[in-house]
Design a protein around this ligand. Structure first.
Ligand code: ADP
Length: 673
């Protein structure tokens, strides 16, 4: 169980895919489109690209492998580089948003699906590649779904003019409605990798109160029960996000420390528990630890987000503890925005999670929910992202790729028409498309930034005023996760809050965007940025990433500014006023006017009543404000807006009519032309 060595120049492990090697290589050689399915962990992501490379199929271009998740992209690339005995970024590399670790020599390029989508913008024939592998297709992420349609359109029938060789497309997935996908790609072949897995006993935990469902505290209790009562084998716990995971790890750590280790388990003394968190925004070297076997006699316990369900396989897991929930981006029709929500997972997702316990021997899976919850609250399947999130960015991408008819684009699962119309309307409102649905020059500028269109809009406004120094740091800080440390301990929490307030008051205390700029600038100017961050309860890793993101955004901005038709404007005003006006240019869609003592009403036609989130520095200052714009929204029983900036009516006055003077059907009727 724990014998697998790690670290040394590695021979490829004996994975189920090995037996299908020849068949796979031949199938790819012979066919333009191929679907490969196989149990998670059978070796698809790590081995197939290598097989194809070694068979000489990458002679005329690289092998591009897409993944929906950033962490998995980096982790798999690392693994393959190790197995092939090369440095990461040489023969094997990865590319994710704001982090490119590839070179001219990179023949196997792992990248996020969003990255490949952006590459098509500059190179529609993907001339760099000989093979594109879309991995984790069962996740049905928005970008992968769009890539399905684009690759079908571009390469299914014939070799497009301008390409030297045929493009090969391989779609890989754990379990998927394979027939539907095969039909979509002109009835292409499907190759299944036979795998083996052991039976997993699925157990519904007895809940003491409904509050226990999926809670971190309950997860900790069940995990310790497993640790103390079950024979050897590692534990994998599924929780929803970083905060829940960190909290659970702290709790586990405290409780595990107090365990009396003379306790006998099946005639074997429990010696200890190695607790490892796993989530997307963790440092990569920390993530690597989850793959290392625990020292002898110690049980490994990985507390993870959904990422360990299919994207990453951890060997040796025999027990799964499943909260039954996931954080999911959903479009909220009440506010017309995408909101990150905690929702019950689907039954198929729950089975997938449970299956992680049966890779090396028979296992057990403990669901932190009742049978009734399973039956009543968990849907059969997960809804594909394309049917539940905002389409604004991808529709702009399609428009820039000259796909004008975005309604009849070949979608595997077409989104609802009203969602497409909503996206068109938003693109019109920010000036990215004209009344006939065609991309404007501004739209072409906007798409250059790997940012949401409204944020790009604000950046472009600032650049046209020669003030990008104000907006680039903000855009960068909004692109990284978890800037503020919010400790669980009440005493420490108070301390942290005071420091955060101090940072806000330095900019007048009335603008969350300016606070982000202040943090960026102060940290940059400080002699020791990491201790500065520590003093102010700021995550140094987040700000450090923001530094790198800012540099990359600056490069894009500088290039755009050199174009002769890039807009130039002048404006007299104070620094804060210019900043706020630039923000208005992008965020006027998210504008709200105060409607009562503490509430605001959005002006986008939804007329939602919103509150300022307690984490904002404008919380409790509502009565001083009339008009605000905001970056994002949290929905509980009320709708809260976060990252807020007060604005003046005169600034939004001219922009407001754009919110109403458009009939989305007019935009789409052209789309149907
Ligand atoms: P699939 O794509 O079929 O789900 P993978 O190729 O991702 O399978 O995984 C195959 C094996 O490689 C698994 O046993 C997994 O534990 C191992 N593996 C993948 N990435 C890493 C890594 N970064 N470090 C160590 N082992 C890894």
């Amino acid at each position: 169980l724990r014998g697998r060595g790690a670290g040394a120049a590695m021979a490829a492990p004996a994975l189920p895919i090995r037996r299908s090697r020849r068949e796979l290589v031949e199938a790819v050689r012979e066919r333009p489109f191929l679907i490969v399915t196989g149990e998670t962990g059978s070796g698809k992501s790590t081995q197939l690209p290598k097989y194809l490379y070694e068979a000489g199929l990458a002679k005329h271009g690289a092998i591009g492998v897409t993944q929906p998740r950033r962490v998995a992209t980096i982790s798999v690339a690392q693994r393959v580089a190790e197995e092939m005995g090369c440095e990461l970024g040489a023969l094997v590399g990865y590319q994710v948003r704001f982090d490119d670790c590839t070179s001219e020599d990179t023949a196997i390029r792992y990248m996020t699906d969003g990255c490949l989508l952006r590459q098509i913008l500059t190179d529609p024939l993907l001339s760099k590649y000989s093979i594109i592998i879309l991995d984790e297709a069962h996740e049905r992420s928005l970008s992968t779904d769009i890539l399905f349609g684009l690759l079908k359109k571009l390469f299914l029938q014939k070799k497009p003019e301008g390409r030297k060789t045929d493009m090969k497309v391989v779609v890989m997935s754990a379990t998927l409605e394979v027939e539907k996908l095969s039909e979509f790609f002109g009835n292409c072949s499907v190759l299944h990798i036979p795998g083996r897995s052991y039976p997993v006993k699925e157990i519904f935990c007895n809940l003491l109160s409904p509050r226990d469902v999926g809670s971190s505290a309950y997860a900790v209790k069940v995990t310790l029960d497993v640790h103390l009562n079950e024979p050897e084998g590692d534990i994998l716990v599924f929780l929803t996000g970083q905060n829940e995971i960190e909290r659970a790890c702290d709790l586990l750590f405290k409780k595990a420390e107090s365990i009396d280790y003379r306790y006998e388990v099946h005639d074997r003394a429990v010696e200890g528990l190695l607790i490892l968190p796993l989530y997307g925004s963790m440092a990569t070297d920390q993530q690597k630890r989850i793959f290392l076997p625990a020292p002898r006699g110690i049980r490994k316990c990985v507390v993870s987000t959904n990422i360990a369900a299919t994207s990453l396989t951890i060997e040796g897991v025999r027990y799964v503890v499943d909260s039954g929930f996931v954080k999911q981006l959903n479009h909220n029709p009440r506010v017309g925005l995408d909101i990150l929500e905690v929702v019950p997972i689907s039954k198929s997702e729950a089975k997938q999670r449970a299956g992680r316990a049966g890779r090396t021997s028979a296992g057990k899976s403990y669901g932190l929910y009742s049978r009734e919850f399973w039956e009543r609250c968990m849907p059969e399947h997960t809804v594909p992202e394309i049917r539940r999130t905002s389409l604004t960015s991808v529709i702009l991408t399609l428009k820039c790729l000259s796909v004008h008819d975005v309604i009849r684009f070949p979608y595997l699962d077409p989104p609802e028409e009203r969602h497409i119309l909503e996206a068109l309307k938003e693109l019109y409102q920010c000036g990215a498309i004209d009344r006939r649905g065609h991309v404007t020059r501004l739209g072409e500028f906007l798409v250059q930034f790997p940012l949401p269109p409204n944020l790009s809009c604000a950046v472009i406004k600032a650049a046209s005023l020669d003030c990008e120094d104000l907006l680039l740091p903000i855009a960068a800080m909004l692109s990284v996760e978890n800037v503020f440390i919010r400790p669980g301990d009440p005493q420490k929490q108070k301390e942290a809050e005071l420091q955060h307030q101090e940072l806000a008051s330095q900019v007048g205390g009335c603008n969350d965007f300016a606070t982000l700029l202040n943090i960026f600038e102060q940290c940059k100017a400080s002699k020791s940025p990491s201790s500065w961050c520590q003093e102010y309860w700021i995550h140094w890793r987040a700000v450090k990433s923001a530094f790198s993101v800012e540099r990359q955004l600056r490069e894009i901005t500088t290039k755009l500014k050199q174009l002769p038709d890039f807009p130039k404007e002048t404006f007299e005003g104070s620094r804060t006023e210019i900043l706020r006006r630039c923000l208005c240019a992008g965020y006027f869609i998210n504008v709200a006017r105060r409607s009562a003592a503490r509430t605001f009403c959005t002006m986008d036609g939804h007329g939602s009543i919103v509150y300022i989130h307690p984490s904002s520095t404008l919380y409790n200052q509502e009565t001083l404000l009339d008009w605000i714009i905001f970056h994002d929204v949290v929905v509980t029983s009320k709708i809260y807006v976060r990252t807020v900036c007060p604005v003046r009516y005169e600034w939004v006055k001219e922009l407001l009519p754009r919110l109403h003077q458009v009939d989305a059907y007019e935009l789409s009727s052209v789309a149907r032309e």
